[in-house]
Design a binder for this molecule. Structure first.
Ligand SMILES: [Fe+2]
Length: 186
């Protein structure tokens, strides 16, 4: 059956306002899926550091409820296998494409690539994942929503053994770069 999505242009502020009301998982997923967030809206948050292979940028924190961040991925780079410390995660590809591998306990559950505009939902329960930018030239940009916010997560080796707990950090917060080696994507 043909599925028809009606795309609606949203500002980052629209997204924050929508999320301030308690929503079901399906409502959040459908909202992100049908949202078109133009680059003029997200570019003010899009910083990448010379010293990092990918950079996390804090857009908005609603304490105890949700957190919105923007991640910029250098071509060919990836992060470690990690969990979200019990939080649900959604991401939407805003530029380029990303590969995401999900793990459940010690085995690989899925391996999928997401193109611009696509949305992924990662359940909090017993899941971890690894993301990468498979492209050799284009910087990928993804919008991430965490419900509720979390400040630390766990890193795993490919055998599912926990290696360490890490404190999450940002290249920029609310559009303000925190380091001298931050560059804004234009
Ligand atoms: Fe993640």
């Amino acid at each position: 059956m043909l599925s028809l999505f009606l795309f609606v242009i949203h500002s980052i502020q629209n997204c924050i306002q929508y999320l301030q009301v308690k929503r079901t998982n399906k409502e959040v997923y459908d909202f992100l899926k049908t949202s078109c967030i133009p680059k003029s809206e997200w570019s003010k948050y899009a910083y990448i550091r010379d010293s990092e292979s990918y950079s996390r940028n804090l857009i908005h924190d609603e304490p105890g409820k949700f957190r919105l961040i923007l991640i910029c991925w250098k071509p060919g780079h990836y992060n470690a296998i990690h969990d979200h410390n019990g939080s649900d995660c959604y991401f939407k590809v805003l530029q380029g494409r990303v590969r995401e591998i999900q793990f459940q306990k010690q085995s690989q559950k899925s391996d999928k690539e997401y193109d611009e505009g696509e949305v992924c939902y990662l359940e909090s329960l017993n899941l971890s994942h690894q993301m990468s930018n498979p492209d050799s030239e284009t910087i990928a940009v993804t919008l991430h929503l965490y419900i509720p916010p979390f400040d630390t997560c766990h890193i795993y080796d490919p055998n599912g053994q926990q290696i360490e707990e890490v404190v999450l950090s940002y290249a920029s917060e609310h559009g303000e770069p925190l380091y001298d080696d931050c560059h804004q994507l234009l």
